[in-house]
Design a protein around this ligand. Structure first.
Ligand code: ADP
Ligand code: MG
Length: 715
């Protein structure tokens, strides 16, 4: 039995009540395997006595205390109980907010096990965050130190306890009990999933032991071993999946298709591509040329393309993707262009209308909130092959969307999409009604990916990099401004507006929320009524409905609206060349990659553009460093590196939040060394035995075949 085969519903676990089952389901935990893979986010070591006296040397105290006195402070409903206690080293106070019932439970003179985080306040060693447990056999008030196995031993004491990520309606106690029962009922027969050779070489634990110990380790050493084991296993299977994809592409396999002719062969452009280029008022940059040449070559080749197009904000990736779409049309196929937000999708759709419709291309726009009638018409047209290029959000890959012959999938700002979506997208090729094979895939990103991650997730991808920006672009001038000097910023922007330019003002909040921060809603009022009354101003943020957003962006693009007050919804992709000022308020609250993306919204035309980073008076050290990085750098690759340095592994922009790589316990940046070894193991195995037919690979083949797909690692 493999862990992932424990598909029994959690109501089979002893002690699982309807309430916890319901709450867990909302967290996506429905099976025993899900629960056992709900790894602790931390562990509390309650295995040793930490006396009150040592409260500063350790994060928490774990001891046996006697209750000395109760007293109350405050009035009415705010009345709060204080319980004075003493262990053999010191006295302390338990402050029982909202727990008046503890007065009865903590009986004067009796003994209790106590775990808590203590701090010094008003002359006392205090805790508000503690757990207590009755000591069944009241010990003689002797001075014998507490040892594991001694008086501290119980279900919640005398051991290392897991601390789980929770959600409303759950508490640690419930989860610990439930996981404990699940382990008792199911863990013993679990089989290893790694090849025995690897387990031996890496010195890992058996799967059964690792799963038990990750929740309830007997010692810190066992916890470390369990972590090591599960991390390696996760990375190994991740790399097996990556490796299989690479192999499939390289060796043909199911992806193989007929060799095609076309521009890729000759190195030039196709007729349609040439016609588009002839209509443009500018020529391609060398970076764009290089990228499209590589794309043309891939698309003419015998295997489906899997290419990552990296280029800084404003480098002109959209145009490259349109050229690729033209190639797909000429090959008789359809293109789907996927954008992370509706705003961006709409902008692409408008550009496609302007640039491609004159060439006879039939574009369409598909979003989640299309009315039913319109949607079904559009779906029919797609299935009939009457649409060449469909642009939209993830709605493009809903189950009911069928393509006649999907030839190319473009994913814009791909770092915003999860790995999971990637597999959905790639699966879509098969649902083409008359497609000869998988579609070509072009992923575009302005967020440079650290090498380790690129290798991990995109180990099977080729990359094209656009290193240059269109000529004539002047770098955006970036100024830092203290909030108290804001008037100067307004004066500057006023001059730019008078010269015909447009401006963005970005705020960290949509609405006022009592904090000392400016918000888009109230500032849109002020900007329009007080500060720049002569210029039309509009407000845009994520809660404004799509129809309205579209109208506003249209007017801003046409220049009818001159000032846009916004939240970071304008962060990705928005392209209005006449906008020359970007003012970011409370800039110190934004991450580096967001700042870089926001700044990239200006400087898209020939005019000099400006970015003002307005910071609050109480600036943190890290905030200060980020602003300096922004002032001194314009290159997205360098900014991404600085981001990595500042934020540390595991928190790279967009990676965690977007489920870029949603692993259960491994962190490819932190565990880079293990990743490298796991990758070598996986690739060597596949190289030697692509079909996984050798006896030593039997286990891996079984894991892959018996899997309901990984619950955490979906590829
Ligand atoms: P990004 O790579 O950030 O997605 P876009 O595709 O939005 O960049 O392009 C930014 C702007 O540059 C657009 O207005 C586009 O029309 C323009 N552009 C693209 N390629 C060139 C070029 N070779 N020369 C001049 N302007 C270009
Ligand atoms: Mg873009």
């Amino acid at each position: 039995m493999f862990l992932r085969e424990l598909t029994a519903a959690i109501d089979h676990i002893r002690g699982a009540g309807p309430k916890s089952i319901h709450t867990l389901a909302r967290m996506g935990i429905t099976s025993v395997a899900d629960l056992l893979c709900h790894y602790p986010r931390d562990w509390e070591d309650r295995s040793r006595e930490i006396p009150l006296r040592d409260y500063q040397k350790h994060p928490s105290v774990c001891t046996v205390v006697r209750v000395l006195a109760h007293d109350w402070f405050g009035f009415g409903r705010m009345k709060t109980l204080k319980v004075h206690v003493e262990d053999r080293t010191a006295r302390g106070v338990l402050v029982c907010f909202n727990r008046p019932f503890l007065e009865k439970q903590l009986v004067l003179g009796n003994y209790y096990r106590l775990w808590g985080r203590f701090f010094y306040k008003y002359g006392d060693i205090q805790s508000t965050d503690f757990e207590i447990e009755v000591l069944d056999k009241g010990p003689p008030p002797g001075d014998e130190p507490d040892r594991p196995g001694g008086r501290l031993q119980s279900r919640n004491f005398g051991r290392i306890l897991p601390v789980y990520p929770l959600s409303a309606g759950l508490n640690q106690g419930m989860l610990r009990r439930l996981v404990g029962s699940a382990l008792d009922q199911y863990a013993a027969p679990l089989e290893d999933e790694l090849p025995p050779g690897i387990i031996r070489r890496e010195g890992l634990a058996s799967k059964a032991r690792a799963v038990r110990a990750i929740h309830f380790p007997a010692s810190p050493e066992e916890l470390e071993l369990a972590r090591k084991t599960l991390i390696y296993e996760e990375l190994f299977y991740l790399e097996v999946m990556v490796g299989k994809r690479a192999l499939e592409r390289r060796q043909g396999g199911e992806g193989r298709r007929e060799e095609r002719g076309g521009p890729g062969k000759t190195g030039g452009f196709s007729p349609l591509q040439q016609r588009l280029l002839d209509r443009l008022p500018f020529s391609l940059t060398p970076g764009q040329m290089g990228a499209i040449a590589e794309i043309n070559r891939d698309m003419a080749g015998p295997f489906p393309m899997a290419r990552l197009l990296q280029g800084d904000v404003g480098s002109g990736k959209t145009l490259v993707s349109f050229l690729a779409a033209l190639g797909a049309v000429e090959a008789g196929g359809q293109t789907a262009l996927l954008a992370p937000t509706e705003l961006l999708a709409r902008q692409h759709a408008e550009n496609a209308g302007a640039l491609l419709e004159p060439l006879g291309i039939r574009p369409a726009f598909l979003t989640g909130n299309l009315r039913a009638a319109g949607r079904s018409l559009l779906l029919k047209a797609l299935a009939a092959g009457e649409i060449d290029l469909v642009i939209g959000t993830h709605a493009l890959f809903s189950r009911d969307v069928l393509y006649k012959n999907l030839r190319l999938v473009v994913v814009d700002e791909q770092h915003r999409f999860g790995v999971i979506q990637r597999s959905l997208i790639m699966g879509k090729g098969q649902s083409s009604l008359s497609s000869p094979g998988k579609p070509d895939l072009l992923m575009m990103s302005a967020t440079p990916i650290p090498r380790t991650l690129a290798l991990t997730v995109f180990g099977d991808l080729e990359a094209s990099i656009i290193r240059d920006l269109p000529p004539g672009r002047k770098p955006v001038k970036t100024h830092l401004a203290r909030e108290s000097n804001e008037d100067k910023v307004y004066d500057f922007v006023r001059k730019e507006l008078a010269a015909g330019r447009q401006a963005y003002f970005v705020y960290p909040l949509i609405e006022e929320n009592g904090k000392d921060l400016k918000d888009a809603v109230s500032m849109a009022e002020r900007l329009g009524k007080e500060i720049f009354p002569q210029y039309p101003t509009a407000l845009i943020h994520s809660r404004i409905d799509e129809e309205e957003k579209r109208r506003i962006m249209g007017e801003f693009r046409r220049g009818d609206i001159r000032i846009l007050a916004a939240t970071s919804v304008v962060e990705v992709g928005v392209d209005v060349p006449n906008a020359a000022c970007m003012v970011i308020e409370h800039a110190d609250r934004f991450g580096l990659s967001a700042l870089h993306q926001l700044r990239g919204r200006v400087g898209r035309g020939a005019e000099q553009a400006y970015c003002f980073l307005v910071y609050s008076e109480e600036l943190t050290e890290e905030g200060k460093t980020r602003l300096k990085v922004m002032r001194e750098n314009s290159d997205g690759f360098i900014i991404a590196e600085e981001d990595l340095k500042l934020r540390g592994p595991g928190q790279i922009a967009g990676i965690e939040q977007s489920g870029y790589l949603s692993l259960g316990i491994a962190d490819p940046l932190r565990d880079a060394a293990e990743l490298e070894r796991a990758r070598n193991d996986a690739f060597a195995m596949l190289e030697a035995d692509p079909g996984l037919l050798l006896p030593e690979h039997l286990r891996v083949a079984q894991v892959l075949s018996r899997a309901p797909p990984f619950s955490k690692v979906a590829l």
